[in-house]
Design a protein around this ligand. Structure first.
Ligand code: ADP
Ligand code: MG
Length: 661
């Protein structure tokens, strides 16, 4: 069944859902609310200035819509809530104008500006509040609101076959809800208690599958016999000597370990971790060199097109001196270009750089000896093993800029060797970090100006793309306006976010790299690996919204050469936690803190990071559950239960996604 087979979803609805990355009924059913609102009628007479409000009433007049810019509109209308008439202001709901006719019954939620008798709303629901209940709030894009998504989900659930991936024995042991009730309650909670149980079940299920895959891979590892190679270490030393800089001690140790792995008869399975900017890439390049001169093809896979291109440029520069052919393969290439590259890969020894396109079935490697994945935490287990299976028995190197505490790494990557780069390259100055309140904006802008005046560039980060259901958060549109007001006359400002097409993204990134743009406003899409040396300041709005490790990663966008760099964190909340970043720049220490600080209490909070591909689970927050799942899945895998008919779907899922043969 396809999305359009669902009642109410036509081609237009399908397009909108696609923009939310929902491509199948399964995606839709697993598109969970990111937040829940308790819908209970507020008593407006008891509210103070800026209190939260949810109230129903009738529309008094036809709304006015004012288009602030192409992406931002502001709608106002009056609502009769019984005891009085209030003004409602709401952003980016202009498309609802024609439906909001006088007399219509609606419910609005948001903030009450008592002084002006105005509701600054973030949600309009049609109809009155029948009785108190919980509403799931979904991420949205222009053209659909949260309610619209909810109604699609409701229909999809009616057409869905619920398959539990938790074995019955364990479902019973933990007294979990069944799958169907749990999914229904995640979307349409009966009450807070059941909702909590539902979320817990889904977290467990996701982590159970994840750990089961891990254990399965471990138990069924392909022969650990590696490729046999002979490489003259002097050639490696010569290569290193020819680099424009001297390796740091940790970089050198990592290279040594990799050389030993590659030349031993055991297969390499190594994680190279180190802070952003610590210089992992050059270690990877040396690994590719060692692999190349031993006669094998090498591949490097990056999580985004931007990063793939950046790696490609870097590597090509260095390898051209050695006459080593480097090719770039991304999903964006035209069919003809792709075919040419496929051809090269099939017939020639070359170094292949690319995105997920590297694991597409069309790519036939020729003597693949080494696979490196950058920022590997972004790839799921399936993609990793898929890649593993492409070559003979290639050696594997994972690079990660998320330093994780050692014990935690061992749990996740139990069978992996780890190299860590702790020190930064020489000549780097520590990034000066400071937490500011929103009221101190003037000071922030002055700081920005002082960098811009020195012909440096600045990143500005917002948690959101556009005004959406979370009115309290700064978004790219608002920042764009703010920055234009402050700097638009003097500097070029660019905007980058995940919903832009890849072409547009690359164009903006290029312009920033070439200093055509001086201020880059972005969401966290720039989080991983982007390298612009002339950028010396990053300003992060609503910093409380991010985990410390994410902030630390973002901060690593600057301080990429010997210039003094700055990180300004703007937040009216949570400044104690953020102060840790003022004090230390040791990524390992920060992730340790992150880990300790975040208990399991914030079940209803925002998802903190894009780690792995989980829906509700969060590896850090749910670490305890993860450990349970590790134990449970290990036992399960070694029991007869695993082979029983009852668990055939689970078995199929695991064997398919780890696909070892
Ligand atoms: P990572 O991938 O770990 O985030 P990169 O490999 O992108 O970091 O390195 C960041 C920058 O530091 C790059 O411009 C790189 O050329 C430079 N670099 C790497 N190692 C050294 C070194 N030992 N000395 C000086 N600069 C270095
Ligand atoms: Mg990198």
């Amino acid at each position: 069944m396809q999305l359009t087979d669902i009642k109410g979803i036509g081609p237009k609805g399908e397009k909108i859902l696609n923009r939310l990355n929902i491509k199948s009924i399964n995606d839709l059913v697993n598109f969970y609310p990111f937040r829940y609102d308790i819908i209970k009628r507020s008593d407006i007479t008891l509210l103070q200035q800026d209190d939260k409000i949810t109230i129903d009433g009738t529309v008094e007049n036809n709304p006015n819509v004012f288009y602030i810019n192409r992406k931002l509109d502001k709608m106002t209308f009056r609502i009769n809530v019984g005891s009085k008439i209030c003004t409602v202001i709401i952003f980016n709901r202009g498309f609802l104008k024609s439906r909001l006719t006088p007399g219509l019954e609606v419910t609005v939620s948001g903030k009450y500006d008592k002084n002006h008798n105005t509701i600054v709303a973030n949600e309009i629901r049609f109809g009155r509040i029948v009785k108190a209940h919980i509403d799931g709030v979904y991420h949205t894009v222009n053209g659909i609101n949260s309610m619209g998504i909810a109604s699609y989900v409701k229909e999809a659930l009616n057409n869905f076959e619920f398959i539990s991936y938790i074995p019955k024995t364990l479902e019973k042991k933990y007294n979990f809800l069944n799958k169907k009730d749990s999914i229904y309650n995640i979307h349409f909670p009966e009450n807070p208690k059941v909702l909590k149980e539902a979320i817990k079940r889904q977290i467990y299920e996701e982590l159970f599958i994840f750990m089961l895959e891990m254990n399965y891979l471990k138990n069924n590892k392909m022969s650990s016999q590696g490729l046999v190679r002979e490489v003259d270490y002097n050639l490696v030393l010569k290569f290193i000597k020819a680099l424009p800089f001297t390796l740091t001690n940790d970089q050198f140790l990592a290279v040594e370990a990799i050389y030993n792995d590659l030349t031993s008869n055991k297969r390499m399975n190594r994680l190279l971790q180190g802070d952003v900017g610590s210089g992992k890439t050059i270690v990877a390049i040396i690994a590719l060199y060692i692999n190349y001169i031993s006669g094998y093809q090498g591949a490097l896979m990056a999580p985004t097109e931007i990063l793939a291109l950046q790696h490609y440029d870097n590597i090509k520069k260095i390898f051209s001196q050695y006459d080593i052919e480097v090719v770039l393969l991304t999903g964006k290439l035209k069919a003809k270009e792709k075919r040419q590259i496929y051809d090269k890969i099939e017939t020639q020894n070359c170094v292949v750089i690319g995105t997920h396109a590297l694991i597409s079935d069309n790519v036939k490697y020729n003597n693949l000896g080494l696979v490196i994945t950058d920022e590997q935490h972004r790839f799921g287990v399936n993609q990793r093993s898929n890649l593993k299976n492409k070559g003979l028995i290639p050696d594997i190197l994972y690079m990660s800029a998320t330093p994780i505490p050692r014990t935690y790494a061992l749990t996740l990557y139990g069978d992996m060797e780890i190299s860590s780069i702790h020190s930064m390259p020489n000549g780097r100055k520590e990034i000066i970090t400071k937490v500011y309140k929103e009221q101190e904006m003037k000071c922030v802008l002055e700081n920005m100006y002082s960098e811009l005046k020195q012909k440096h560039q600045v990143y500005v980060i917002a948690p959101l793309i556009e005004e959406s259901d979370k009115i309290d958060l700064t978004n790219v549109d608002i920042l764009n306006e703010k920055m234009h007001k402050a700097f638009g006359k003097l500097y070029k400002i660019g905007v980058l976010h995940g919903k832009m097409s890849n072409d547009d993204k690359d164009k903006i990134m290029d312009d920033f790299k070439n200093n055509i743009i001086q201020i880059l406003i972005s969401t966290t899409v720039i989080e991983v690996g982007v390298d612009v040396k002339n950028a010396t300041m990053i300003v992060i709005f609503d910093a409380f919204r991010f985990g410390l490790s994410t902030l630390h990663q973002l901060r690593g966008r600057v301080g990429r050469n010997s210039l003094q760099s700055y990180c300004l964190l703007i937040s009216n909340k949570d400044s104690k936690r953020l102060e840790i970043l003022e004090e230390t720049s040791d990524g390992f220490k920060i992730s340790e803190e992150d880990f300790l600080l975040r208990g399991s209490g914030d079940l209803f909070g925002f998802k903190q990071s894009g780690d792995m591909t989980f829906g509700v689970a969060d590896l850090k927050r749910d670490y305890k559950i993860l450990l349970k799942c590790k134990e449970d899945s290990d036992k399960f895998l070694n029991s007869d239960d695993y082979l029983s008919d009852e668990n055939k779907y689970l078995r199929k899922l695991i064997e398919f996604s780890t696909n070892l043969d």
